[in-house]
Design a binder for this molecule. Structure first.
Ligand code: LLP
Length: 418
């Protein structure tokens, strides 16, 4: 469910027409619905209300400060993967004790920053990283709370680029090394072992991989208990999918229903790290048709947004529904929707059946709230587009369009070139 709906043939976000937003900020732009975001945050978190838990929003999916502030206002936490994401989460007022820090390559500065801040825990991905965290914490005269990220070797049945829990993946500690890694962690003087973490992949459309992976972690928790190692916390990561095209992913309550019987009696604190399911369908990218080009056996709709604005189609062959913001009766055509970037890989859709569109017309690229703006770049020296939030009948620019001056910020021509 989302709040982007047609009213009398015109696409609205809550009480505002998309055309009205375009008139105000120009195109392209990202647009988020406040009501959808609030509902998704609330529905997800309350699905797990039966047991003590923390919902830590995956900042990588959308790191705009206004969105993170909304997360903070709902009392939720953050899953971060860099010092930059930690800074953003803190700027938005997310409580440090609700922040968990994952990622295979945390550096010493980031570890120190997180320890100074007093985050909830590090999700540690290797023995070498454990050593580094121990060193930094010891130097600072403190103890670092950690969960070890275990790779349960479960196939999430998703796109290979976003599957993270398979044996060959760079993430987590292989399950065959899990016991010895926990034992090693217990020996580290500046490490406080508090939990176990997993994240098996993204855009999962069934609950069974979650259940299989959690069962594996429960087996591990039991073995650890037998060795006198008691964990207070199990972090099951993120990964719940959304409907981009015709997928029918489980509702958060389906995931809760599947996991609750496994976890209820365990007396551990549950952590969840949803990203896409919160923001994915709460945002769209709005772009304007520039030209129609009829090629030899191929027709192109050239729009003003490009792969630098929304990389997912080029990188993952991802499907995003594209609709004209004015719906009326017209013939359809099969086209590639492409951007102005000088790359053959610059497309938003390939061989897509669309109504016959005209130059100057606005198109909405749907389901563009997650891994969309956060993956944008300045390639071809294109300023990044604004982000806008609609709340009821009001339009709020939550990130301005970049200017040409922004593009060269920090660049220096050395004297010898003057
Ligand atoms: N926790 C960890 C440790 C993660 O690595 C991720 C996502 C999440 C949570 C959140 O997963 P979600 O609930 O959003 O599925 N750029 C790709 C997605 C990459 C996901 C990376 N990790 C895409 O556009 O599909």
């Amino acid at each position: 469910m989302h709040d982007f709906q047609f009213v009398d043939g015109e696409l609205f976000c809550e009480g505002v027409s998309i055309a009205a937003v375009a008139a105000k900020v120009g195109t392209p732009f990202y647009l988020y619905s406040h009501a959808t975001l609030c509902r998704h945050l609330q529905v997800f978190d309350s699905a797990f209300s039966d047991i003590p838990h923390l919902t830590a929003f995956a900042v990588k999916s959308n790191s705009n400060l206004a969105i993170l502030k909304l997360v903070a206002n709902h009392g939720l936490g953050a899953d971060i993967v860099s010092g930059g994401e930690l800074y953003r989460a803190l700027q938005a007022g997310i409580e440090p004790t609700k922040i968990v820090f994952a990622g295979v390559g945390k550096n010493a500065e980031e570890i120190e920053y997180a320890l100074k801040t007093g985050i909830r825990m590090f999700n540690v991905e290797s023995a070498a990283e454990l050593g580094a965290i121990n060193d930094v914490a010891a130097r600072m005269g403190t103890k670092a709370p950690v969960a070890l990220r275990v790779n349960p070797d479960v196939d999430p049945m998703t796109h290979p680029y976003i599957a993270t829990g398979l044996k060959k993946s760079k993430f987590g500690i292989g399950s065959q090394f899990a016991l010895e890694s926990f034992e090693a962690a217990m020996q580290c003087s500046a490490i406080d072992v508090v939990g176990v973490h997993m994240h098996i992949g993204s855009q999962l459309t069934t609950v069974s991989p979650f259940v299989d992976a959690v069962k594996k972690l429960l087996g591990l928790i039991e073995q650890l208990q037998q060795r006198g190692i008691d964990l207070h916390c199990i972090n099951v990561g993120g990964g719940l999918g959304i409907s981009y095209e015709d997928e029918t992913p489980p509702h958060p309550s389906d995931l809760a229903e599947a996991l609750m019987p496994l976890l209820r009696d365990l007396k551990v604190h549950l952590i969840l790290e949803p990203g896409r399911v919160i923001v994915g369908n709460a945002g769209i990218l709005v772009t304007k048709v520039l030209y129609i080009k009829n090629g030899d056996g191929k027709n192109f709709v050239i729009v003003d947004a490009a792969m630098n604005d929304l990389l997912r189609p080029s990188l993952y062959d991802a499907y995003h529904k594209i609709v004209p913001v004015r719906q009326d009766k017209r013939d359809s055509m099969v086209v590639d929707v492409v951007g102005p970037i000088c790359e053959s890989g610059d497309f938003l859709a390939k061989d897509r059946k669309l109504p016959e569109v005209k130059p100057e017309e606005l198109l909405a690229v749907m389901s563009a709230g997650a891994y969309a703006f956060t993956m944008a770049s300045n390639y071809n020296a294109r300023p990044r587009v604004p982000e806008v939030m609609v709340r009821d009948r009001d339009i709020h620019v939550i990130r301005e369009r970049e200017s040409y001056v922004d593009l060269v910020k920090g660049e220096v021509i050395p004297n010898f070139l003057q």
